[in-house]
Ligand binder design. Structure first.
Ligand code: XUL
Length: 519
């Protein structure tokens, strides 16, 4: 038996997933929901505390209670945890954890008779952690950009413009608003590195994948940038451990977990990464040109790219891939299911009626177009407002086709900056069950589309990272292959007869979009 554990510490829950690399199976998956278990005690809703004015925090102590409970659940499910050779993990990106000088000793000397939160409650210089939903740092974003020579300079340096939720602006705000507490902070970690550090009993560095979500990392060198740190807060370099490669073992698991949960003392801990970079691996996107599209509330396009290219139009984020070779592009379109459901409801259809409308309407929609901005759109950045061209407002079939064609064309147009030909598209999420939708994406992108079903790509990606770190001579394709296969028989080929139609439609869609956006 050779088993690996992936742990994903996300906003609402913490999940553990064990893979067996002899039988090539996911042997177990357990999740602890924060609201359900600790909602009353910590006063969280959906795992967070909304303090108003865009301030959204959570409790690192709650994440530790979740970790104890998760490992107890795995042990109880009769998993022989001595078989776990290595653990890697992921955390919700961007969230920061602030530790005081007692943390080193406390983390290294845990008593397995007590739980983690009892013993570690005194290690924080800030009791709560700002997380990715926090949008209260607009001023700090502008200051950091100015401090490194402007928005494009920060983009070239770190792969991203300053975002309110990113760690650097959050750290700067803490330094400005709570300067005494900042002075008492000896270490700042991310959600990912904090959980890894507790498992190893010492500070574990931030990996390059999650480091890219800080506005502090030189994306090409995969190390902290002195210029970005200086623009963020004084003496920040003393408070950050150096960025580490994702596949570099950090050391064995500490005795607490061996004694309490029965892990082997030889079980290795690998640096944890961000949830999105780990999902890239969990979806098997380890070669440039491999692209996944998640059709959820919002639609997210993830790609493996070879160089840290950036979008000067603000069309996406770039992170280092935890495969330690490639990069990850992430584009988020707000009007995903929101728009599909708005059209479905407008014409009083169910999903089967929606599918029929696609089946019985013509590719290209006779030139009819719709800009589907039911809610303010992120890419392209524009306020809410639906626009129709050569399309009747009460034409049910035409509107259904137009919303899907718009989404497919938008994902095509706004992924060009990644500079890769998209050779295959793995589609996940609720709407991927509708094969008529997938046909449109295949035709617009002119590539094969495969359906992929995954419950927790981040935890699976983490388990696969632990496997690869432990067996570095096995290629990424061999590591991910057995676990990341599309649903059998789900592949849809593009129909070459629609190429000319969609080439023309893409040109007119782009023109219409430009007329209505400030890009
Ligand atoms: C990505 C982002 C979110 C969090 C969710 O930039 O902010 O996807 O990672 O956990």
């Amino acid at each position: 038996m050779a088993q690996y554990l992936g742990i994903d510490s996300s906003t609402q829950s913490i999940t553990g997933l064990i893979i067996d690399t002899v039988s090539n199976e996911i042997v177990t998956e357990k999740s602890i929901n924060f609201d359900k278990q600790f909602g009353e005690f910590f006063g969280v809703e959906n795992g967070v505390v909304d303090k108003g004015n865009g301030v959204v925090h959570s409790y690192p102590l709650m994440w530790l209670d979740g970790l104890d409970m998760l490992l107890a659940a795995l042990q109880k499910s009769r998993q022989d945890l001595t078989q776990i050779r290595a653990i890697a993990g992921s955390g919700q990106q961007h969230g920061t954890v602030y530790l005081n000088k007692t943390a080193d000793y406390a983390m290294a000397t845990l008593n397995s008779g007590k739980n983690l939160s009892e013993q570690l409650s005194g290690i924080f210089s800030r009791k709560t952690s700002p997380i990715w939903m926090d949008s209260s740092t607009g001023q700090q974003c502008r200051e950091i950009e100015a401090g490194v020579g402007g928005q494009d300079a920060l983009l070239d340096l770190t792969g991203n413009t300053a975002f309110e939720r990113f760690s650097g602006p959050q750290i700067r705000k803490f330094y400005q608003v709570e300067s005494e507490a900042y002075a008492k902070t000896s270490r700042i970690g991310l959600v990912s590195s904090f959980i890894a550090s507790v498992l190893a009993g010492k500070h574990i560095s931030v990996d390059a994948g999650d480091g890219s979500g800080t506005n502090l990392m030189d994306i090409k060198r995969r190390s902290w940038s002195a210029g970005a740190m200086d623009a963020t807060a004084p003496n920040l370099s003393e408070r950050l451990s150096p960025v580490t490669a994702s596949s570099l073992a950090a050391g064995p698991i500490q005795a607490y977990f061996v004694d309490r949960y029965g892990f082997s003392p030889d079980c290795q801990i690998f640096p944890f990464s961000g949830d999105n970079p780990s999902s890239l691996i969990g979806l098997g996107l380890v070669e440039p040109g491999h692209v996944a599209l998640s059709l959820g509330t919002s639609d997210t396009l993830f790609a493996c790219i070879s160089e840290p290219r950036v979008s000067y139009e603000g069309e996406g984020c770039v992170f280092a891939s935890p495969d330690d070779i490639h990069y990850m592009a992430l584009i988020c379109f707000m009007n995903g299911s929101l728009a599909r459901e708005a059209i479905r409801d407008r014409f009083r259809l169910d999903w089967s009626g929606f599918k029929d409308a696609l089946k019985t309407s013509e590719p290209g929609n006779g030139g009819g177009l719709l800009l589907p901005y039911f809610d303010p759109e992120i890419v392209p950045k524009i306020a809410a407002g639906v626009v129709r061209k050569t399309l009747e407002e009460n034409d049910a079939k035409g509107n259904v086709r137009a919303v899907i064609e718009a989404q497919a064309m938008s994902s095509h147009i706004h992924s060009r900056w990644m500079g890769i030909p998209i050779t295959s598209l793995f589609v996940t999420g609720g709407a991927s069950a509708n094969e008529e939708i997938l046909k449109i994406f295949a035709n617009v992108h002119g590539c094969e589309v495969h359906r992929f079903e995954t419950t927790n790509a981040a935890a699976l990606g983490s388990a696969l990272r632990a496997y690869q770190g432990n067996q570095p001579n096995i290629s990424w394709a061999e590591i991910t292959g057995p676990f990341c296969q599309p649903i059998f028989g789900s592949t849809i080929q593009p129909d070459p007869s629609t190429r000319a139609i969609y080439d023309m439609l893409i040109t007119s869609y782009e023109k219409l979009e430009k007329q209505h956006t400030k890009l």
